[in-house]
Design a protein around this ligand. Sequence first.
Ligand code: UD1
Ligand code: MG
Length: 455
Amino acid sequence: MSLEIVILAAGKGTRMKSSQPKVLHKLAGKSLLQWAIEAALQVGAEKIHVVVGHGADQVKQAIDIPQVNWVEQREQNGTGHAVAQALPHISKDATVAVLYGDVPLISAATLQDLLNKVSDQSLALLTASLDNPNGYGRIVRNNNGDVIRIVEQKDAGAEQLTINEVNTGILAASASSFNRWLPALKSDNAQGEYYLTDTIAMAVSEGYQIAVAQPTSELEIQGVNSRVQLQELERALQLRRAQQLMEAGVTLADAGRIDIRGTLSCASDVSIDVNCVFEGNVEIAENCKIGPNCVLVDCKIEEGVEVKANSMIEDSHLAANCIIGPFARLRPGTVLAEEVRIGNFVEVKKSTFAKGSKANHLSYIGDSELGSGVNVGAGTITCNYDGVNKHQTKVGDNAFIGSNTALVAPVNVGVGATIGAGSTITGNIADGELAVARGKQRNITGWKRPTKKQP
Ligand code: UD1
Ligand code: MG
């Protein structure tokens, strides 16, 4: 049997107070809906039917995943009605699971556990026992402990409200079962909606077993209805990630002040100071130190590197024992060999530095290839852009670039060459040469400063 997953995402999300559809709000850098879709892909869903309504166009535009089939639900007449809209698109012999677009952290393991419990004669239901079940549908069991139905909070009597086993909303059954049940749903309830949850009692009346699975963590089933809940879920997720890092041998100055919006993999004895943000795919090797307030995006950092406070590194590769910052900016395409030093207010873009080269202060190095042992003086600027095209700068091993040099690209500086401070270099310099390109100093003796005119 093939697996097809329906994700419900047509609701308005009124409590977000946002012009953006709720499911596009981000958790750990990824939209809520993207999280749910990825969970569906991880358990091998062949097709994912996302039911959209409010803000449908915006939602469709934001997500580009080939397995997704968009289904429009024009009026939001309930969760049962929503799944019914997807049903005509689902293969008759598929297994169908239902997820919510605003419940992002459902794990593949829990979903798989649930799916393993579906058969021709059983419906699998994900439930959870909560200290505070308020707002959820309650799971009603008979004297044998078998699930017999779900009662929504708004339809529940006083006794049912004391039940703390709740419906997470996530369930699975065969497409053929849903094809029988969904057209038979009625809306004679407190909300006047077609409840997906009423399929439980239908299944029971047909002699089906209701097989129950439970999540390993409450985070998995938490839905987002407001920005407060979104922030709470974000912090809970980040804390869990922080704990995993610490368990893997990473020192965190404060587990409550780190944000991983992607994947961060750290070897042991990495230490990370407060307020760092990691985005995309970041890999950090042994014994690296990341100072406070750093932002690292899609980069690979080898052992013993120190990134000092307030540095930003994007799409870059740093070899062992480099020292970066404070206040350094490494833009995409930066590749640094071992022991390179990039200091404060230095911006590097699409450039390589060979072993041990240094740019310690106030520079812009773009579209450049620097050899080893190069010293880039304070205030050196590669003038890589002529207003139309970008050009390359090449600097040979052990070259010394004096402070406040402008290197007008394309230009080559030879091995061991020296450039006098304040030079504007527009032509190539051969190996070992000294280039000085600045006005000659004149000293005028006996010169007098002007004096202030009397009125
Ligand atoms: C639903 C369940 C309840 C469960 C709770 C878990 C039903 C009847 N109730 O209640 O048992 O405890 O979720 O959070 O299923 N949606 C649509 N189209 C619709 C209605 C809803 O796409 O016509 C989507 C919403 O966008 C949302 C999800 O379905 O993502 C759940 O809808 P919501 O209205 O929040 O259901 P609850 O009343 O919370
Ligand atoms: Mg809800």
